[in-house]
Design a protein around this ligand. Sequence first.
Ligand code: 5GP
Length: 202
Amino acid sequence: MIGSDYRRFVVVISGPSGAGKSSFVKALLRRYPVDLVYSVSATTRPRRAHEVEGSDYFFLDRDEFHRRVEAGEFVEHAEVHGELYGTLKSQTERVLRSGRNVLLDIDVQGGRSVRTIYPDGVFIFVLPPSIADLEERLRARGTDSEERIRLRLENARREIEIAREYDYTVVNDDLEDATRKVLSIIEAETCRASRRIDSGRS
Ligand code: 5GP
């Protein structure tokens, strides 16, 4: 019999904050509750009211974050909008070892680093329909100051340039439609010939 198993992989989702990325990530995880597991990052950013420690992020102070960098606990880490963020090895390795795919919602610097560590990963960039739309979403969210919104928009313009380095770009003008596209990408990637594990039986 030809083996039907495949090597598990990391799925990296990047895109400007406010591009609707987090609702999108939630929708994906709802559709794939077993096979796709969210990698919870560490950050020095203050916790937002609705966020849960250990589920949205591990919230660390700068000293603790640096201590963990020194201890080699991160796959990658980067400064984003003036705060530190990092992907923990303990998160990604645990999921891959358990035979599931791991979903990373990280910025473009993180995406570049992860590409060198997991070259067989799937890199998806979520684009907002337009910068004007992005600005509107950031303001509607109401969690950022005017200065922070400006910083995020500036970063967004830079990030969108880097979208070309990704394997796929998905425009998030409609959540349902964008989610369906990403699901199709992941499905197709599980069928990639190079990921096939031969069962060794004939
Ligand atoms: P937020 O503060 O809005 O949750 O996230 C801000 C940005 O940091 C988002 O673009 C998000 O993808 C990115 N981010 C979250 N976790 C990580 C991480 O572990 N590493 C990197 N490089 N970026 C991250």
